[in-house]
Design a protein around this ligand. Sequence first.
Ligand code: FAD
Ligand code: NA7
Length: 489
Amino acid sequence: SGGQIDFEYDLVIIGGGSGGLAAAREASGFGKKVALCDFVVPSPLGTKWGLGGTCVNVGCIPKKLMHRASQIRNDMSDALDFGWEFNKEGVAHNWEKMVTQVQSYIKSLNFGYRKMLMENNVKYFNAFGSFVDKHTLKLKTDTTESIISARNFIIATGGRPKYPDIPGAKQFCITSDDLFSMKHRPGKVLVVGASYVALECAGFLNGLGYDTSVMVRSILLRGFDQQMAEKIEEHMISCGVKFIKNTVPTSFKKNDKTGAITTLGETNGKKTFSGAFDTILLAVGREACTAKLNLEGIGVKIHPTSKRIIVDEKERTSVPTIFAIGDVADEKPELTPVAIQAGKLLAMRLYNMSTQLMDYKNVPTSVFTPCEYGCVGFTEAEAITKHGEAKIDVYHQEFAYLEGVITEKAPKSYAKLIVLKEEKDELVIGAHIFCPNAGEIIQGFALGIRMGAKKKDFDDLVGIHPTVAEVFTTLTITKSSGKSAGATG
Ligand code: FAD
Ligand code: NA7
């Protein structure tokens, strides 16, 4: 009727990760006929996993659990300072046991997502999707091929680790896709790259007792506040992580007798590095999964260099019936809660007459290095670029948190608030904290900043004593005053 074509599904979602699963659940809740396909192409070394996408299988979840595993080592050393008595020599870590425990939890999550789709009447295909035309998708498994049609599609295919074009890279090196299920102990490790993924993995590997070096091409944590990145580096060095700066790898060669991988590296075209490692973890960025979807064939535009899908504020691609969310969408923060929120709001706009757009501003985030870093809003450099140096100020303080004062190895913590001076009571446009559990702390303050909190609101807020978070209620020293913000002890 009315010239409407019948499609098998109202909505088909390509990719069963954070964003795809959230959109599927929400859309089916509005009584729509929904299908979702998810397929994990094995890593070059053959690693694969179940339903749930990057976060669940090879991202946030195993990463955070291994971060915790490594922190327990610090807790044990702190324990001695707090009067616990045990034989330190008798303490050892069993990598295989940790991996088994983490992987068995992941399996339970994979099962939970299968169940969730079933309970919500979402048809699940364990198949790789690619477009035939704007309304038709080809589904391919290792042995079968089929076709389904839908009125609308959401592309939520995420990304996968990049490999540098260097001899031996794909043959001998692992990425985060392989690390969390690796059956044997890592041994002596080289991490290549300085993104948060690189630093988090280096942090927990070192914490678990493995000799760990990080090869850095330029700066640490591009895109993050650079003063905070320096604090992370300083603390990681104090924990024993080695940094090989201004160096890129040029080749990886495996010694078949010893199993060691010899790595050569160079600085400005000159050979400057040679070292042998048991494990080389490449963490040089991620590549959006757009190449095999036949996007050019149906007119969905991707960004020429990032290869990510260009979307408007409604997550609409250049083909108006096709949407893209999560890591595959261009210029969006690559974070699980961002993908989930975008998927949920998109389904509500499609099927529940909502007009609410995803707000990509003031998304808090945390870097789970040995001492964590949490932030929301502008970095100092971004604030200066956007508003000019004269209009901003920074309240800051270095501090020793109470739990660390009687232990030997506590990191020096640091907090800062970036404010717009011209606004009455000074609008807070960025909050940064480097301390244990920074992620837990910044989450709550992000609400304040989203709601337009002023510096005066932070000052009027009564702290909880003694906590780390209370530092945000007592900041009085500005950078412009030139006064020292060093810890007073
Ligand atoms: P994904 O979760 O990647 O899901 C995409 C799915 O689509 C995958 O299952 C993929 O196999 C599948 N797929 C791809 N192409 C096709 C196709 N053609 N057909 C069928 N299926 C296909 N974020 C945080 O918020 N906090 C963290 O602490 C954090 N830590 C991370 C640590 C690591 C090591 C990594 C790598 C990432 C981390 N992230 C973290 C980022 C987070 O994992 C991603 O932002 C999030 O998973 C993106 O969700 P998505 O739905 O866009 O894609
Ligand atoms: P990013 O942010 O893309 O960073 C990749 C890192 O790897 C970065 O440190 C790069 O150094 C480094 N890199 C890239 N190519 C090479 C080569 N060939 N050799 C050595 N080092 C290299 O990483 P992610 O994709 O993991 O992060 C995704 C998002 O998370 C991103 O949007 C961030 O905002 C947070 P560089 O700084 O370019 O010199």
